[in-house]
Write a new protein. Structure first.
Lengths: 158, 696
């Protein structure tokens, strides 16, 4: 991160993390197929916020209720809510979510990441960027951008 | 009355009235006795009392409780007891007297005179056997209040036990009643009263009224299955919870738990869950409590005999279901008997246990309802239920310190050997083998000759392919082998045998598993806390002497036997200390790689755990082999354990494989099991970050 800049949202509201998912008996049964569900996608999205040593879940940027997956039709949709309406990190956050899903889901899935309607000033522009495959691929070629994204996706705690 | 009954009954209520009038005011004991006997006949023989029921009652009950001291040198020989008993028969003889008798009893229980109290309690016990719940309904509170008082504030043991007996009888009566749809369940109402007053005392920290409350609850419990079920389900959870809240185990808690255990084991009809709950609590307490003289005594004098008694009941009487029996024994195989080794007491327990198992001596057990000719170390035909008791014997004698001598050792060893070689029930013969081995291990090394002879006896069984007890013999050999690290000659002979068995059609896989046992500490019999003789570094020595032989054997073996060798190898290597593993691994790597492709998942997993240190920190010699290793692993990406290992791989050496790994890990992302997908996601994310800017 470029050092010394002022934080956009210096005092974010912190939400409580939901607990770990509990294993059920059917999950242990080798013969039963476990379909991919919303909670599973939500668990994949344990991503760090670029500004604070907190996760997107703790900042309520991602919520389980805004994750919709359809295993049979191979589609997944994630709505995320930037903490403030003029947040310039919105694109970065959206990109991190998209990359995480790309890395964690089978190829058959069509991934749609967009901003929760009404929560950001430039949501149309951001959504358009995130939906464009070529632009996403090009962004990841940029090593400094990739570095920031990887830091967000890093599982080692900051 | 005997001869003219019909005629007398024909007189109807007038006869009763006449009798009452004539008896009134009588004071001569001889006449009174006669009068009581007549009244008893009237009541018992079903004479019609008509509207004179109360009068009959009045005229007899005015003498209650009997207060009579026969004059010295009384020529007629009428005793107080005779009068008491006959009067009791009258008063308690019919339910029609209930409404009058019960208030009378309650009133007399208030009296200060001990004999009056005793008489009242005994009369109460006698009368409720005839009564039904509707007779008792309105008096339950009053009766309970009195009984409770008598037990809580008792000054005499006789009165206390009479009170408890009365409670049992009362509960029993209530349990018997058949309910109508609109009548209340008086048993529940009554037990609610009892529980309300007794339950909270059990949890009191200063134990004031624990004993009396426990006794009352036990008395009620022993009345009937229904009652015991109600009480146990109400009491047990709160006791367990209460116990769980205590952070410090001290002697008083232990004693308190003893009371509860005694009470619990006295009642009947509990379920599997309750058995398991009690046993695990007992185990936890035993592990945590301080080892003092007091707790030791409590344990050895109260709990162990109760335990053995309960176990014996469960196997010899038919009232317990098989599920309970099984649950019970599974729990107690792990019971920490070694915790309480105050020598003197442990010795006493050991000798009692030995006399129980060898001679069928049940005298020290609390309940005496056992057959006198039990032989616990012999299998009875096809039934194995008794022989599984041997695991308790193991607990009692194998954990003794070396200084304590086990009585009748030779006889015990003989019977244990017999049992372990002939019994057909695996848990039983395994326990017998362990017990045997544990005892042998404690003997002086000079006595190993007998053990050597045993081993050869076992060999002869193993060598005869047609014997039906090869598995049992094998088990015995393994356990003896485990114990005898001190005597290297035997060790050596037996390990040769084990290797030769890897090729055996029936015993091959078991022999391979046997190596795992050899190399590990058996937590129940072979460890330092059991005072067993454990030589250090036996694992390394074993490995260095035998690894070449293992590799040779593998190369020479036919295809279908190769898995046995692989399993044996991975079992052995797995248990070596880390440094040894790393130095020895290069020589074995090709064999271990082969083991990874073995279809047996157990072999795969144990090989993987051997290889982990290599993956995390590969020594220089292994770098060339790493590619082969990674390729093998990638072939197995549908297994969670495999995927897990991918997360921990080291950094730079494996970087050239990154692309390959990422591709291979894409497939399990779509696995049908969520748990596999989770592991794959984590592994793949790690590998994406590997060597990437901003990543690790």
């Amino acid at each position: 991160m470029s050092g010394g800049t002022r934080l956009e949202n210096a005092n974010p509201v912190i939400f409580q993390r939901s607990g770990q998912r509990l294993h059920t008996a059917t999950e242990e049964d080798e013969d039963v197929h476990d379909p991919i569900d919303d909670r599973e996608i939500f668990d994949i999205l344990s991503i760090n916020d670029p500004e604070h040593p907190l996760s997107l879940e703790e900042l309520n940027v991602v919520e389980q209720i805004r994750v919709k997956v359809n295993d049979e039709e191979s589609t997944v949709g994630v709505e995320f809510t930037p903490t403030i309406p003029h947040c310039s990190m919105a694109t970065l956050i959206g990109l991190s979510i998209k990359v995480k899903l790309l890395r964690s889901l089978p190829e058959r899935f069509k991934i749609d990441v967009h901003i929760t309607p009404g929560s950001h000033a430039s949501e149309e522009a951001v959504n358009k960027q995130l939906a464009d495959k070529e632009r996403v691929a090009a962004a990841l070629e940029n090593s400094s951008l990739l570095e920031v994204v990887n830091q967000c996706l890093s599982t080692r705690t900051i | 009355m005997e001869t003219r009954e019909a005629e007398l009954k024909g007189l109807g209520a007038d006869f009763v009235f006449g009798f009452v009038q004539s008896m009134d005011g009588e004071r001569d004991p001889r006449n009174l006795l006669l009068a009581f006997q007549i009244a008893k006949s009237i009541v018992h023989r079903g004479y019609d009392l008509g509207k004179f029921t109360e009068e009959l009652f009045e005229v007899t009950s005015c003498y209650f409780p009997i207060d009579f001291s026969p004059p010295p040198n009384d020529p007629h020989g009428i005793t107080r007891e005779e009068l008491i008993l006959t009067l009791r028969d009258v008063l308690a003889g019919t339910p029609q007297f209930a409404e009058f008798l019960l208030p009378l009893i309650i009133e007399k229980l208030d009296s200060d005179v001990q004999s009056a109290k005793l008489d009242s309690l005994q009369t109460l016990t006698a009368c409720v056997s005839q009564y039904e719940h509707k007779d008792l309904a309105e008096f339950l509170e009053g009766l309970w209040a009195s009984l409770r008082r008598e037990v809580f504030q008792t000054s005499s043991e006789k009165i206390e036990s009479a009170g408890l007996a009365a409670l049992t009888a009362l509960t029993s009566c209530l349990s018997r009643s058949v309910l109508n749809s609109d009548s209340e369940d008086s048993l529940c109402i009554f037990l609610d009263l009892v529980l309300k007053d007794c339950k909270h005392h059990l949890c009191e920290p200063d134990l004031k009224l624990v004993w009396p409350s426990a006794k009352l609850l036990q008395a009620a419990c022993s009345a009937s299955n229904r009652a015991s079920h109600i009480i146990v389900t109400a009491v047990v959870p709160s006791i367990i919870e209460q116990y769980n809240n205590r952070t410090q185990m001290n002697a008083s808690v232990m004693c308190w738990f003893c009371f509860w255990f005694c009470f619990f084991s006295g009642s009947v009809g509990f379920s599997v869950e309750e058995v398991v709950l009690t046993c695990s609590s007992l185990q936890r307490i035993a592990e945590q409590v301080q080892d003092t003289e007091e707790t030791g005594r409590c344990f050895h004098d109260i709990i162990i005999p109760r335990l053995l008694s309960l176990a014996l009941q469960s196997v010899s009487l038919i009232c317990f279901s098989q599920n309970i029996v099984r649950a019970f024994f599974m729990r107690f195989v792990w019971f920490p008997f070694w915790v309480f080794h105050v020598s003197r007491l442990a010795e006493k327990t050991a000798s009692r246990a030995v006399s129980l198992f060898l001679d069928g001596d049940v005298s020290f057990l609390p309940d005496n309802s056992f057959p006198s000719d039990i032989q616990l170390l012999k299998q009875k035909g096809d039934s194995w239920s008794q022989s599984q008791m041997v695991c308790l014997l193991m607990g009692c004698v194998c954990s003794l310190p070396r200084s304590v001598e086990v009585p009748q050792m030779d006889q015990l060893l003989l019977q244990l050997e017999e049992l372990s070689c002939t019994c057909s029930h695996p848990p039983s013969y395994t326990s017998a083998a362990k017990c045997f081995a544990g005892l042998v291990n404690k003997r002086a090394p000079g006595q190993f000759v007998c053990t050597l002879l045993l081993v050869f006896r076992v060999y002869s069984v193993l060598d005869s392919e047609s014997s039906s007890v090869r598995t049992q013999a094998f088990t015995l050999m393994i356990w003896v082998r485990v114990m005898l690290h001190v005597v290297y000659i035997v060790f050596h002979c037996v390990s040769l045998k084990l290797f030769s068995l890897l090729d055996d059609a029936d015993l091959g896989p078991m022999a391979a598993d046997g190596f795992s046992l050899l190399m590990s500490d058996s937590s129940d019999v072979l460890n330092r806390s059991c005072h067993a003789d454990v030589r250090i570094m036996y694992r390394q020595r074993f490995f260095s002497e035998n690894s070449a032989k293992l590799v040779q054997g593998f190369n020479a073996a036919p295809q279908e036997k190769k898995p046995n060798y692989l399993k044996a190898l991975s079992n052995i290597v797995n248990k070596l200390p880390k440094q040894v593993q790393v130095t020895e691994l290069p020589a074995l790597l090709s064999l271990l790689l082969e083991a990874l492709s073995c279809p047996d998942q157990g072999v795969q997993l144990s090989t993987l755990s051997c290889l982990e240190p290599v993956l995390i920190d590969p020594p220089a010699a292994l770098i060339q082999q790493l590619e082969a290793l990674v390729n093998r692993l990638l072939a197995l990406t549908s297994s969670r354990a495999m995927l897990n290992s991918f997360q921990h791989m080291s950094l730079f050496q494996v970087l050239p494989f990154r692309a390959r790994v990422l591709r291979a890990l894409a497939r399990p992302l779509d696995d049908k099991k969520r748990l596999v997908r989770d592991e794959a996601v984590q592994a793949r994310s790690e590998w994406f970050l590997l060597g990437s800017p901003g990543g690790s």
